[in-house]
Design a protein around this ligand. Structure first.
Ligand code: KG4
Ligand code: ZN
Length: 334
């Protein structure tokens, strides 16, 4: 079975080929047009997807050295995400499926991220905990079996990636904020400022809240002169990153302990963060935890994870009807 995966839910146009032999290609066109606006402009994203989709699918086929007629099925993101962006990939996938007379399956983007860990050398064996951290989501998920999920915690306000993006904006570092903060922070002192690490009430102890941290960074910046601000930019970035990462690490370890599990999978754009990866590796050794984190290119949005999730669903006989429409607010579980 050979699956063509397509991902267009936000600002990456991506196509990938996955089959029994593993991942054969994963082509990604990141839209740089949004950088000058400081965030994703939905209309521009849709237009860029329309321009990119055909060459990206072609590039994925070429790289994998396969033809469209070799494909057994097509997997495509149908939510959550930007409606206009999803529509481009979904319609393209439907048209291909119709023309080739091949099955297609709509994939939940969040489930796609979880499947990124099934592209590595070792698959995490269920049950395990997944920390899903992206620009739109911050979730602690109990994966009971592939496709069987229980949400154990989520964010009350900003997603982890959103907090990185907003703080980067305050520091005038540009968009997307995560990779830039991560780079700037390498030169900084993570203990320069003690930013708050919000604890939640007992009945919501696996939830997250990053708005207090974001406001604390803003208040701290307001107290500084322009020169102090410039001189301590790296220290502030490192202190912010440290505070946010500690919350993610601590909550994940607490949940593992409560569930008496020792397998942790970490996925989504923020999982590409080097400081977080290091902290998790240290804690995993200390606490005898088996840690699963995809390589950075499979953490941020990509079609490889969509193809992998599609492979799982199509090979178990599931398909989607041609009436499937984009679902911008699709949740992981209903
Ligand atoms: O998973 P993703 O590519 O798209 C969504 O589904 O949202 O995640 C994008 C988010 C952005 O907020 C971006 O700033 C963040 O992931 N991100 C990072 C890093 N790389 C991307 N955050 C922290 N450190 C990074 N290295
Ligand atoms: Zn994503």
């Amino acid at each position: 079975m050979l699956i063509l995966g397509i991902e267009t839910s936000c600002d990456e146009t991506s196509a990938a080929i996955y089959g029994e032999a593993g991942l054969l290609s994963n082509e990604i066109a990141s839209q740089i047009i949004h950088q000058k606006y400081g965030g994703v402009v939905p209309e521009l994203a849709s237009r860029a997807h329309i321009k990119n989709i055909y060459p990206i699918v072609q590039a994925a086929l070429d790289k994998a050295k396969v033809k469209l007629s070799d494909i057994s099925g097509i997997a495509v993101t149908f939510g959550p995400g930007l409606v206009g962006s999803i529509l481009v990939g979904l319609n393209y996938a439907k048209a291909l499926a119709l023309a080739l007379d091949k099955p297609f399956i709509g994939i939940n983007h969040i489930e796609g991220h979880i499947f990124a860990n099934y592209l590595q050398a070792n698959d995490p064996r269920p049950p395990f905990v997944t920390l899903m951290i992206s620009g739109g989501h911050t979730l602690l998920i109990l994966v009971k079996a592939p496709g069987e999920y229980q949400i154990m915690g989520s964010t009350r306000d900003d997603a982890a990636g959103e907090a990185f993006d907003k703080v980067a904006k305050m520091l005038e570092l540009g968009y997307p904020g995560g990779p830039i903060i991560s780079k700037v922070a390498e030169q900084g002192d993570p203990n320069y400022v003690r930013f708050p690490q919000a604890k939640m009430k007992d009945n919501q102890k696996y939830d997250f809240s990053f708005s207090g941290l974001k406001t604390a960074v803003l208040y701290h910046l307001q107290k500084l002169t322009p020169v102090e601000r410039k001189n301590h930019l790296a220290d502030i970035a490192a202190s912010f990153q440290h505070a946010l990462v500690e919350v993610l690490v601590e909550r994940s370890l607490e949940l593992l302990a409560e569930l008496k599990l020792n397998r942790l999978s970490v996925v989504g754009g923020v999982a590409a963060n080097r400081w977080l990866r290091q902290r998790l590796e240290d804690e995993a050794i200390k606490n005898n935890i088996q840690l699963f984190i995809p390589s950075p290119i499979l953490c941020t949005d990509n079609a490889a994870m969509i193809a992998r999730a599609g492979y799982y669903r199509l090979s178990s006989g599931q398909t989607s009807p041609f009436t499937l429409s984009p679902q911008p607010s699709l949740a992981l579980t209903t």
